[in-house]
Design a protein around this ligand. Structure first.
Ligand code: FES
Ligand code: FES
Length: 165
């Protein structure tokens, strides 16, 4: 008879989510995506591939765009996580969200939260982006619906609005 493999004990893990301090009890290797969706009820980040290929689970961790399906929650300890729920200011959408809505950058919506966070990350501090830069910057986020043109246009529009603001 063999011993059953040891399951790591749950631990308390603290981090900031959308500016609010949170402490969760989770197995250290639990996926950040699951902790966000199941424990914290932040269901904006979506599971597409579950293998780090599609970007639908993208969130920002300490300002870096990460695939939350690949991040063990222990790695989030002490970090600042931003999900799509943290982008709008109350009822006021972020300029990237507005541009996606107006340019038709969202269709079925599965890729949209991750795509918008990737666009937000890409635009950070930039006043001008070429189409090639936008396509390259969003290359880790896949969309099965839009053909990408409306998404690229939405990001360009968001950049124009930020420059004009
Ligand atoms: S679900 Fe995480 S990259 Fe696809
Ligand atoms: S809008 Fe459907 S996958 Fe992008």
């Amino acid at each position: 008879m063999t011993d059953s493999p040891e399951v790591p004990a749950k631990a308390e893990i603290s981090f900031t989510v959308n500016g609010e301090p949170k402490t969760v009890r989770a197995h250290p290797m639990e996926r950040l995506l699951d902790v966000l969706r199941q424990q914290l009820r932040l269901t904006g980040a979506k599971e597409g591939c579950g293998e780090g290929e599609c970007g639908s689970c993208s969130v920002l961790m300490d300002g870096m765009l990460v695939n939350s399906c690949l991040v063990p929650v222990l790695q989030a300890e002490g970090s600042s996580v931003v999900t799509i729920e943290g982008l709008a200011a109350g009822e006021t959408l972020h300029v990237v969200q507005e541009a996606f809505l107006e340019c038709g950058g969202a269709q079925c919506g599965i890729c949209t939260p991750g795509m918008i966070l990737a666009a937000f990350h890409l635009l950070n501090g930039k006043t001008e982006l070429t189409t090639a830069e936008i396509r390259e910057g969003l290359s880790g986020n896949l969309c099965r619906c839009t053909g990408y043109s409306q998404i690229v246009e939405a990001v360009a529009e968001a950049a124009r609005r930020r420059t004009a603001a």
